[in-house]
Design a protein around this ligand. Structure first.
Ligand code: GTP
Length: 242
C-alpha cells in the first residue's frame, strides 16, 4: 500500500482488448492476462472500478453506418459490454478477487442495478466494481461512461488501456521519427482530434478536471507501475507544464 500513488482508480478496457489474436469474441488467454494484471493492482489495496467496451462482440457505430438504427445498434453494443463484464468478473473471482457487476440497464437476474452509493460501498469493502452497459443510453460511448463513472465515484484518475503506448505527434507506423507525447492538455487532444478517446468523453473530463492516462496494457506490469507512480503512457490533464 505504501507504494501506491492512488487510492481509487477507474480502468477503462476496450472490448478488443479481450480478443487477443482472434477476430472477435473473448480470448481465454487474454482475459486471464487482464485478470492477472488487475489482481496485481488489487493486491496493493487499491480500489478499482472497471468499464469495458463491447467492440469485440458488437460495434454499435459501425452497425449504425450500414443502415441499422443507431439506437438499436447501441443497445446491442451495451449488451455486449455486459457479456464482457461477466467474463471478466468470472476470471477475477477465479483469482480470489471479490467483484460486483452493476449494470446501467436493469437486468436484475444477471447483475445488480447501477446504484452509486452501493458501488462506493463495494469499493470500500475491497470489491472490484465492473460497470456494465455503458451509460445506459444510446449515442454515448463506453469511454464517456468511463469518464462519467470515474467522476461519480470520485476516482483520482482514469486509466485508459489501449494497444498503443499513448500519443505520438504523428503516426509512428507511418513516420519513423514520430515523437512520443508524455503530457498533453484536454484542449490539445480535442484540437488535434487525437483518436484515443471521443470528444464527448474528453470534454466531460476537461469540465471536471479528471486526469486520464492512456497506456499500453499489452506490456505486462504497466497497470501496476502506473499505480506505483511510474510515468508510463500519455497523461491528459488541464495544463501542460514542461
Ligand atoms: P453488502 O451490502 O456489503 O452486504 O453487499 P453485497 O453485495 O454482498 O450484498 P447483497 O446482499 O446486496 O448482494 C449479495 C450478492 O447478490 C452479490 O453477489 C451481489 O452482486 C448480488 N446482487 C445484489 N443485488 C442484485 C441484483 O439486483 N441482481 C443480481 N443479479 N444480483 C444481485
Amino acid at each position: 500500500m505504501a507504494l501506491a500513488r492512488y487510492k481509487r482508480v477507474l480502468l477503462k478496457l476496450s472490448g478488443e482488448a479481450l480478443m487477443g489474436d482472434r477476430d472477435f469474441g473473448i480470448s481465454q488467454e487474454r482475459i486471464k492476462y487482464m485478470a492477472d494484471e488487475i489482481r496485481s493492482v488489487f493486491d496493493l489495496g487499491i480500489q478499482i472500478a472497471i468499464v469495458i467496451g463491447g467492440g469485440n462482440i458488437f460495434r454499435g457505430v459501425s452497425a449504425g453506418s450500414f443502415g441499422m438504427d443507431r439506437t438499436s445498434a447501441d443497445h446491442m453494443g451495451m449488451l455486449a459490454t455486459v457479456i464482457n463484464s461477466i467474463a471478466l468478473q468470472d476470471a477475477l473471482e477465479k483469482r480470489g478477487v471479490q467483484t460486483r457487476v452493476q449494470s446501467a440497464i436493469s437486468m436484475h437476474e444477471i447483475a445488480e442495478p447501477y446504484i452509486l452509493r452501493k458501488a462506493i460501498r463495494h469499493l470500500e469493502k475491497g470489491r472490484v466494481v465492473l460497470f456494465a452497459a455503458g451509460t445506459g443510453n444510446p449515442y454515448f460511448t463506453t469511454d464517456t461512461a468511463a469518464v462519467l463513472r470515474a467522476q461519480e465515484i470520485h476516482a483520482e484518475i482514469l486509466l485508459k488501456a489501449t494497444r498503443v503506448d499513448g500519443f505520438y505527434d504523428s503516426d509512428p507506423e507511418i513516420n519513423g521519427d514520430a515523437e512520443f507525447i508524455k503530457k498533453i492538455s484536454y484542449m490539445e487532444v480535442l484540437e488535434k482530434q487525437l483518436k484515443a478517446m471521443d470528444t464527448t468523453a474528453i470534454s466531460l473530463a476537461m469540465d471536471n478536471k479528471l486526469p486520464i492516462i492512456v497506456f499500453n496494457l499489452k506490456q505486462k506490469g504497466n497497470f501496476r507501475k502506473i499505480i506505483c507512480g511510474e510515468e508510463i503512457g500519455t497523461l491528459i490533464s488541464s495544463r501542460v507544464v514542461e
